[in-house]
Design a protein around this ligand. Structure first.
Ligand code: NAX
Ligand code: K
Length: 594
């Protein structure tokens, strides 16, 4: 499991380890520096010889301390190394000071006060420039003058400096480790070597652009409860990543299990759920058809497109395995939902911004709201109980349509699964696009009707319409670190709405009102810029709806669909159009060994 850390969590883990007496801060710093050297030799084996040159820019904190370790190790290896320090050596924290002095036995440290220019001593044409200026301790914008900005922001490996590689230690300086926002002049790295676990900032916002490639080195910090990077943090504070193939595999395996018919299974199409996708009128049915195809391919047993009578022939003439039915307005929907086998709905794609859309959404939410005490709409704002035993992530048995298959075999994992983020009601609803925008002027009306079975899938514009105050905080330029992040924003929105929110982007964040959160990053080796194509979001909504029909919990359905959506794009490659995404799913499933 890939667990993503905030600066505060990383500090807490380090401090707990040091306080336990198992390791000292100095040992951790030595391992961090060694990890950086290992990483550059692994990445660029041609550097693992003696005749290379490095410039190391150290800052006033422990990130600078790591830089002094790197300088010493490379010098001992036989490199020519030049070290600059931004700050007063007397004020370095204790571990960094020790390493400053150790380096001092091998070479000189030049004061960096805005210039690298030292005519007598400058290392000409270095092979690597190390950024050990600021790490997770960045608190304000970096402003070190033009020469620094020029060096830090130069295009990695640009021609001026030959094959100069820019390596950031822990996180590029000027990048906020919690938010991925930029504070002042940022360092543009070819490679970033971080420790123990990825930080949120490596995946969010500018993180992937500035970090180059991120390598995470183990520095021997003991694993806590959960034996992952998180130590003992409550689940409600944790964020996992869609790098997390294991977790996603687990979900997909569970789906696959119910595809296999054994002599004991009474599996028929209704046991895989029935998804209803609402469509707009004539000329506007394409989005719903795309969503329907996504729902069907991902495994919903039945998918019906409900459309105005006037659009019936348009839909009917373009679908085959997908059913269609006339469904006019809120009364029509309420009547359709008397069929209790319909257990997942999708509203929004192509629906239009008329009053009808609001009425349809409210009718859908009313008909699907859990009944009974303590389950009133908009009330799923409870926290997890972190002390509660973590159950197996088995199927959510609340769906009337989905059977209760055995959990599929899981890849070996040392991390216990997260507790269930609350029960899911029998029926679930995905709201996207126009179904969100329609409530721009009265979001509270929507929030009052939402329930724990809902998933909202806004892109940045839609998010802003529903949560303008949260978006304002998120969009404000960062002036201090750690800055308010997309994780903070999505969590806050999920709490307010009382349901799962999937906030789209290359850094898609999925949050549940309990605080449970994950990031589906389409960056680094999962970068798929061709996914930004018309209709791609409609397919995602449909895929989530399909997984909900299969009985997955909204939080899991949203995360798994987002992950598979990116996998489909990667598998297909450039040239992809929205229609290709669902059709790629079988190949992705096969590649997963299903
Ligand atoms: N024992 C430990 O705590 C370990 C720490 N490690 C390294 O230590 C780093 C964290 O060290 P620190 O907490 O000392 O933080 P940093 O080294 O990131 O920076 C903190 C210092 O920079 C100053 N500062 C912050 N923003 C500034 C700005 N814009 N302009 C000028 N000065 C600014 C702060 O006032 C403070 O003096 C990690 O990123 C990691 O590289 C690793 O060595 C592993 C072990
Ligand atoms: K750094």
């Amino acid at each position: 499991m890939t667990e993503l850390l905030t600066a505060a969590q990383m500090r807490a883990i380090e401090q707990a380890a040091i306080a336990s007496g198992e390791v000292t801060g100095l040992e951790l710093m030595e391992r961090a520096g060694r990890g950086v050297v290992e990483a550059i030799f692994e990445e660029w084996p041609e550097l693992a010889t003696t005749s290379h040159k490095a410039v190391v820019l150290c800052g006033p904190g422990n990130n600078g301390g790591d830089g002094f370790v790197v300088a010493r190790l490379l010098k001992e290896w036989g490199w020519e190394v030049e070290v600059f320090l931004y700050g007063d050596p007397e004020k370095l924290p204790p571990d960094a000071k020790v390493n400053y002095e150790r380096w001092g036995e091998l070479g000189e440290t030049f004061a960096f006060s805005g210039t690298f220019y030292h005519p007598e001593r400058r290392v000409a044409y270095p092979d690597v420039f190390f950024d050990a200026l600021f790490g997770i301790g960045l608190t304000r914008p970096v402003d070190l003058g033009e020469e620094y900005a020029d060096t830090a922001e130069s295009v990695p490996g640009d021609g001026l400096r030959g094959n100069l590689r820019h390596v950031a230690i822990d996180i590029p300086s000027g990048l906020c480790s919690d938010s991925g926002k930029v504070l002042g002049a940022p360092f543009l790295a070819d490679m970033t070597v971080t420790f123990h676990g990825f930080k949120h900032g490596h995946l969010l916002d500018f993180g992937p652009t500035l970090s180059g490639k991120v390598i995470c080195k183990d520095i021997g910090l003991p694993a806590g409860v959960g034996s992952g990077a998180f130590g003992n943090f409550p689940y409600s504070d944790r964020v996992t990543s869609a790098f997390d193939r294991e977790l996603q595999f687990d979900q997909v395996m569970r789906l696959a299990k119910t595809r296999v018919k054994t002599p004991h299974d009474d599996v028929h199409k209704y046991t895989h759920g029935h998804a209803l996708i609402l469509s707009g009128g004539p000329g506007k049915t394409g989005a719903a058809r795309l969503a329907a195809r996504g729902a069907l391919r991902i495994g919903a047993g039945l998918v019906t497109v409900g459309c105005p009578q006037t659009a019936l022939w348009e839909v009917a003439s373009q679908v085959t395995a997908i059913m269609c039915r006339p469904l006019d307005g809120a009364p029509g929907l309420t009547e359709a939902l008397e069929d209790e086998r319909i257990n997942a709905l999708c509203l929004g794609p192509g629906l239009g911004l008329g009053a009808d859309t609001q009425a349809l959404v409210l009718a859908a939410l009313k008909a699907t709201a859990p009944r009974g005490p303590g389950s009133s709409p908009g009330q799923d704002r409870s926290e997890h109980n972190p002390a509660a035993p973590a159950p197996e992530p088995g199927p959510r048995p609340t769906s009337t349509a989905a059977p209760a298959p055995e959990p599929g075999p899981r890849p070996a994992s040392t991390t216990p699964p997260a507790p269930e983020p609350g029960p899911r009601p029998a029926r679930a609803v995905v709201l996207d696009a126009d179904a969100l925008t329609r409530f721009e002027r009265n979001p509270q009306v929507l929030f009052d009707a939402l329930h724990q079975g809902c998933v909202l899938t806004p892109h940045a514009g839609e998010f802003k319409r529903l949560f303008p105050d949260i978006a304002e905080k998120l969009d404000a330029p960062a002036t201090t670190g750690p800055a308010y992040s997309k994780v903070d924003a999505t969590r806050e929105a999920a709490k307010r709405a009382g349901c799962t929110i999937l906030f789209k982007g290359p850094d898609t964040v999925i949050a549940h009102p309990s605080g449970q959160c994950s990031i589906n990053s389409s960056a680094y080796e999962r970068a798929a810029p061709w996914l930004a194509t018309a209709g791609s979001g409609d397919v995602l909504s449909g895929m989530i709806t399909g997984l909900l029909a299969r009985g997955l919990h909204p939080f899991d359905a949203a995360g798994t669909a987002a992950w598979l959506h990116t996998e489909c794009a990667l598998s297909f490659g450039p040239g992809l159009i929205a229609e290709d995404i669902p059709e790629e799913l079988p190949k992705v499933f096969r590649a997963l060994g299903l």
